[in-house]
Design a binder for this molecule. Structure first.
Ligand code: HEC
Length: 138
């Protein structure tokens, strides 16, 4: 009997830690967020510039992309960069998330001016954050 209870306990602990592992995996790293949203001419960020410049914007298509900014943008704050202090990271990652949210809200309400403004803020957010947080701790 004792062995059975022990085995059940071990199985329970094992599955709990598996679940915890799965939870960690669900939060993408900073690098994954950057690659998925911002990297290169085919990135959602670059495509959105074209999409928002169209004479009749395809809002359904645009919303698919802006939703990713909200989901992945939220993951930034859950990470810790290898460089820079926490207060700065909290501020800059929150700003990125807020602009992502503003972009998504504007896409949902088909507000082109607001969408373009939020996209512009995201597009110019790179340098200051990379300067403070990208690379190795100095
Ligand atoms: C909130 C801070 C922040 C903002 C805003 C930000 N980045 Fe980053 N980015 C980082 C950090 C930190 C890294 C380093 C991640 C690592 O290597 O772990 C990074 C890495 C990258 C990388 C390298 C990914 C790779 O393949 O290693 C690219 C490309 C990138 N960012 C593009 C951009 C662009 C383009 C923008 C603006 C549109 C931007 N990022 C805005 C913080 C930010």
């Amino acid at each position: 009997m004792k062995t059975v209870a022990l085995t059940a306990g071990v199985v329970l602990i094992a599955s709990v830690s598996l679940l915890a592992g799965a939870d960690n995996e669900a939060t993408p790293s900073i690098k994954q967020v950057m690659v998925k949203l911002n990297k290169g001419p085919n990135s959602p960020l670059a495509k959105l510039k074209t999409d928002l410049g169209a004479s009749t914007p395809d809002w359904d298509n645009i919303q698919k992309s802006t939703k990713d900014f909200v989901v992945l943008g939220a993951a930034l704050a859950k990470n810790t960069p290898s460089k820079g202090d926490k207060a700065s990271w909290d501020k800059l990652s929150d700003l990125y998330f807020k602009d992502s949210k503003a972009l998504d809200d504007a896409a949902k309400s088909h507000d082109l001016a607001a969408a373009k403004a939020a996209h512009q803020r995201l597009s110019t957010s790179c340098k200051s954050c990379h300067g403070a947080h990208k690379g190795k701790a100095s």
